[in-house]
Design a protein around this ligand. Structure first.
Ligand SMILES: N=c1c2ncn([C@@H]3O[C@H](COP(=O)(O)OP(=O)(O)OP(=O)(O)O)[C@@H](O)[C@H]3O)c2ncn1[C@@H]1O[C@H](COP(=O)(O)O)[C@@H](O)[C@H]1O
Length: 115
């Protein structure tokens, strides 16, 4: 698989996940983990992001490679919920990354795709 294709899939997948997360706002908390998080509010969502970040760190220093991957996926999902709760679009984060020294065309391309 080429690096180009990898980038396309990553951007599309994160965009899709964000859309699914947003679509859960106002849904029945009993039917959806995401809706349950929204119902609990920003403090609970932020707590979950913190917990998942710690779990990534724990796996990074003492767990298997697969653990780091799995906990990273949990962290990204919960971060998307946090962005959605605070009204932040992924494209705004890509733009912030794009503006940093040393980041070139890749972030710019991903940002254009998710707008
Ligand atoms: N990517 C995820 C995802 N990653 C992790 N999780 C859930 O996040 C939870 C994290 O585990 P925890 O033990 O920390 O959760 P918990 O016991 O509920 O947390 P506490 O209240 O005890 O703190 C698990 O229940 C996981 O199933 C996710 N839940 C949903 N998604 C995505 O969101 C979409 C919509 O999901 P629903 O909102 O459930 O329909 C799904 O199709 C997925 O794409």
């Amino acid at each position: 698989m080429s690096e180009e294709l990898d980038e396309d899939i990553s951007a599309a997948l994160l965009d899709e996940l964000y859309k699914v997360v947003l679509s859960r706002k106002g849904d029945d908390p009993a039917q959806s983990h995401t809706a349950n998080l929204f119902a609990k509010g920003i403090h609970k969502i932020s707590q979950k992001v913190g917990e998942e970040a710690v779990e990534v760190v724990i796996e990074a220093v003492s767990g298997p490679r697969e653990g780091v991957i799995s906990e990273s996926a949990d962290l990204l999902y919960h971060l998307m919920v946090l962005w959605a709760e605070r009204g932040i679009k992924p494209a705004e984060v890509w733009t912030a990354l794009e503006g940093r020294k040393g980041i070139s065309g890749i972030a710019e391309k991903a940002s254009r795709k998710v707008k």
